[in-house]
Design a protein around this ligand. Structure first.
Ligand SMILES: [Fe+2]
Length: 370
């Protein structure tokens, strides 16, 4: 070490809190401090006098060191590694610079090595944790998606079952109504028309779709109470006596009594009891008037009378639609709620209320309604 006090340089390197070595321009290791020896687990004798590049087995790494030595005068820093005597690689930050800008100091390079093994281990742990979290996230996401698909499957199944139950309910309602009406020599057509007319009126009155549907299926059951009326009264072709009329009129409260207390039948019960009530209070069974009569019953009253008028009876032919419509208009404010007659008129003028058939007979509806 020409013109350099070796002891001073050694003392300088030993004072550093990292590995350090001194190289000459040929890349030969002149001095290595104790910390570097500990880091590489290599005796000083194995380092001193060797070229820096020769401590690396890997050709590519040796070339990197050679490149570094070519830029001798330039300070550099970067991540690299130190090969240890036990074959392991110690990750380090290598910094290199010459001892000074002018000769002879510029002929020597100090290389320091800061141990990165703890940081790298921490990075590896973090990376592992990240992978674990990512895998867990994937698992959670997969489970969430599975759950979503399962939930959608259940919802679909519930919808299908609900629809099946609804259809079964509707079918039961229809069968019950037909069973009662059949005694009155009617077919299912009458109750289907009443359902249709009721829905048309409710829709024209701008009621919510759910009400339109409920009023419609409930209207089917308006005359179920006829099941308690004796055949000789129900099928009597002529005028009814006062006693027979009272027996006939029992079908309204009996219909309400027969129907279930379940909410599904709440509107049907109202209709069954009150579909013969008149707006002016002259109807039966309660003599209720105006808006004291439940709305669905007021609607069915119009639908039922129109259907009775336009159907053939044993004592009268079927009225024309126009004559029946005139009778409905004339009944406004007496038999019928004027608002509902207005709705009826609007439907009639646009060609609605045309589901009648001359074969359908509902003599008792006419007898008791008019
Ligand atoms: Fe009736």
């Amino acid at each position: 070490m020409d013109n350099l006090p070796p002891q001073s340089v050694e003392a300088l390197l030993e004072s550093l809190n990292c590995g350090a070595m001194l190289l000459d321009r040929s890349g030969r290791i002149l001095i290595a401090n104790q910390r570097l020896i500990e880091m590489m687990k290599t005796p000083l004798t194995c380092l001193r006098g060797r070229r820096f590049e020769d401590i690396y087995d890997n050709e590519e790494d040796r070339r990197r060191v050679q490149d570094r030595m070519a830029d001798f005068g330039e300070a550099r820093e970067g991540e690299f590694y130190l090969p240890c005597v036990d074959g392991t690689h110690l990750p380090v930050i290598l910094s290199s610079r010459t001892l000074g800008a002018e000769p002879p100091l510029s002929n020597y390079m100090v290389v320091t090595a800061i141990d990165l093994s703890r940081q790298k281990a921490a990075e590896a742990r973090l990376s592992e944790d990240y992978r674990t979290i990512a895998q867990l996230s994937d698992t959670v996401l997969t489970q969430a998606l599975d759950l979503k698909h399962y939930s959608e499957g259940l919802e679909k199944m519930v919808r299908e079952r609900t629809e099946e139950i609804r259809e079964a309910n509707m079918e039961s309602i229809f069968m019950l109504a037909v069973a009662c009406e059949t005694r009155d020599e009617d077919t299912g057509a009458h109750v289907r028309r009443i359902q249709h007319y009721t829905e048309e009126l409710a829709r024209t009155l701008l009621l919510p779709a759910s009400d339109v549907e409920q009023f419609g299926y409930s209207a089917i059951l308006h005359d179920v109470g006829k099941i308690v009326v004796p055949d000789h009264v129900l099928k009597k072709p002529g005028q009814l006596t006062l006693e027979e009329r009272e027996l006939m009129q029992r079908h309204a409260p009996e219909g309400e009594r027969i129907l279930s207390n379940k909410p599904f039948f709440a509107v049907a019960r109202q209709i069954a009891r009150s579909h013969h009530e008149n707006w002016d209070g002259s109807g039966y069974p309660d003599g209720a008037a105006g808006e004291a009569i439940p709305l669905p019953a007021r609607i069915v009253h119009v639908a039922d009378v129109f259907d009775a008028l336009t159907s053939k009876r044993v004592y009268k032919p079927a009225w024309s639609r126009e004559d029946a419509a005139r009778a409905i208009r004339e009944g406004s404010g007496r038999m019928f709620d004027p608002k509902i007659v207005e709705a009826f008129d609007a439907i009639f003028r646009r060609g609605g209320f045309n589901g009648t058939t001359a074969e359908s007979v509902d003599a008792t509806s006419l007898k008791t309604a008019m």
